[in-house]
Ligand binder design. Structure first.
Ligand SMILES: [Zn+2]
Length: 253
């Protein structure tokens, strides 16, 4: 398996998981995976990683990974943000703050955009996580399409509310020709959250809501056996959530 680009199809959708690198934490390293989808003549990315602005050494490799698949940033016409945190939006601009994806429109929930536009609050971690979105995305507002959390981007590409990690956080459900991939974004960051859903609560804007959402999605994924894509699991972040008794586990592909 290539460690930069992993191809798969979901019905008629041609998808590639791109490796943006990883984030080093004191307990574990978090993967950084972005999914690219070709659907209905559109070239779509969900999130664009860390870019040149955040932890350059281990992250920000999306463009290099895209190049190995013959894709340039100008090819992308749509970028969906599942939320506005630093490790999901910083690929939008280069070191100097100039837009990287010259032809892309951006889709984000109105709820998330309102939070980005609100002044920083008392939570220092979240202020840090939103610093770049506030500084660089707000001036690009005309490129943004603001939508409800329950929104069909294209037939078979549906945003779904998954609030708690952030105010307007979403998942993206891909469905084509009877096949499905549930892109859970940051609803679950780590397998550690299977046993202890609050262990990374510092990452969540409203932890109590995030924990409820996490439990609900773990349950849904285990019950339905849906194919799952997780941003922060080891590349390519694809697999299944299993449940035996009340223990969840991850079965990577
Ligand atoms: Zn994240």
């Amino acid at each position: 398996m290539s460690d930069t680009a992993y191809r798969l199809t979901i019905g008629d959708f041609n998808c590639i998981i791109f490796n943006d690198g990883y984030l080093v934490d004191h307990v574990e390293n978090f993967g950084l995976n972005c999914i690219y989808i070709e659907a209905g003549g559109h070239k779509i990315l969900i999130d664009n990683g860390c870019g040149e602005n955040f932890r350059e050494k281990t992250a920000g490799h999306l463009l290099k990974s895209m190049k190995t698949a013959g894709l340039k940033p100008g090819d992308i016409d749509t970028i969906i943000f599942d939320h506005g945190h630093i490790d999901h939006v910083c690929g939008t601009f280069d070191k100097n703050g100039n837009p990287v994806f010259s032809n892309a429109r951006y889709i984000v929930t109105k709820k998330e955009w309102d939070y980005i536009k609100s002044p920083p609050g008392a939570n220092k971690t979240q202020n840090e996580f939103y610093y770049h979105a506030r500084k660089y995305l707000i001036p690009m507002e005309e490129r943004f399409v603001l939508v409800d959390a329950d929104y069909q981007v294209l037939p078979g590409i549906k945003m779904r509310p998954a609030f708690g990690h952030t105010k307007g956080n979403v998942m993206v459900d891909l469905m084509s020709q009877g096949q499905r991939l549930l892109c859970i974004g940051d609803v679950i960051h780590s397998r550690r959250e299977f046993a202890d859903p609050a262990c990374l609560a510092a990452f969540d804007v409203t932890p109590s809501e995030a924990i409820k959402t996490r439990a609900k999605i773990l349950d849904e994924a285990a019950q339905t056996g849906v194919f799952v894509f997780a941003c922060h699991f080891t590349f390519p972040g694809l697999g299944y959530i299993r449940q035996t008794k009340d223990m969840f586990s991850w079965e990577p592909i």
